[in-house]
Design a protein around this ligand. Structure first.
Ligand code: PEP
Ligand code: MN
Length: 264
């Protein structure tokens, strides 16, 4: 069960022995989308050197417009897994439909991400609930905390207890930022649930200059880690360049996070 009433202690999800939750911070970093082998391998090398815990990268992209870049799909997944292997970093990537689960398991994806837009795709939640892979469950664009936790319950009801929650901002009337980062949600889900929580300040704000301050704020509010978009050349990124930090900015972020708590 998701509720703390059933499980008073904080859960630590083990990703091949790497703990998510507990005393150390997890830092997941990488580009919005996998573009080329050079791009993903370069970013992997840079974030590893700066001390990242895990590599992210999208191969199956849930884009608002059907005419936007949709991701390199199976090919991108191969590039990501290869880059992770070379840099010795576990990989996190989004799944959009249950028919790709076998591919994700076969390619040794370490954490399967359920994106905000699929948070209430109940058949997909049930399908990943049948696996035993760690699942990063992003909060839906307009989901209440209760709805978000119920989606986690769908995964756990299938027997997969390896769920990590990800707050990524919610839609409000404010449009200065892409979304509104709900810092209080970190406290709320930590209060109601025992599951680990990471925060994605990149999608929450859409602005790279806000990423470091809000990463620190998230940790101060009790988050177990952050997921941030990092791109070698943000100005020319195929997706989400405005919110992507450079590898140099990422190294600075790591330095300031290490002053708050050790990173896994
Ligand atoms: C992502 O992390 O690549 C992503 C698409 O984020 P979200 O589902 O939170 O919009
Ligand atoms: Mn993105």
């Amino acid at each position: 069960r998701v509720s703390r009433a059933f499980h008073p202690e904080d859960t630590v999800v083990s990703v091949n022995g790497i703990p998510i939750g507990g005393k150390k911070l997890a830092v997941i970093a990488g580009p919005c989308s996998i573009e080329t082998p050079d791009q993903i391998e370069g970013v992997a090398r840079d974030v590893k050197a700066a001390g990242a815990t895990m590599l992210r990268g999208g191969a199956f992209k849930p884009r608002t417009s059907p005419y936007s870049f949709q991701g390199l799909r199976d090919q991108g997944l191969d590039m990501l897994c290869e880059a992770g292997k070379k840099a010795h970093l576990p990989v996190v990537t989004e799944i959009m439909s249950a028919d790709k689960i076998d591919l994700f398991l076969h390619d040794h994806v370490d954490i399967i991400q359920i994106g905000a837009r699929n948070m209430q795709n109940f058949d997909l939640l049930k399908a990943v609930g049948k696996t035993r892979k760690p699942i990063l469950l992003k909060r839906g664009l307009c989901a209440t905390i209760e709805e978000w936790l119920m989606s986690a319950e769908y995964i756990m009801a299938g027997g997969n207890h390896n769920v990590i929650l990800c707050e990524r901002g919610i839609r409000t009337f404010e449009n200065y930022t892409r979304n509104t980062l709900d810092l209080s949600a970190i406290l709320a889900v930590k209060h109601k649930s025992h599951l680990p929580v990471v925060v994605d300040p990149s999608h929450a704000t859409g602005k790279r200059w806000m990423v470091e301050a809000l990463s620190k704020a998230a940790i101060a509010a009790g988050a177990d880690g952050v997921m941030v978009e990092v791109h070698n050349d943000p100005e020319h990124a195929w997706c989400d360049g405005a919110q992507s930090i450079t590898p140099k900015m990422f190294a600075g972020l790591m330095d300031s996070l290490r002053q708050i708590a050790p990173v896994v």
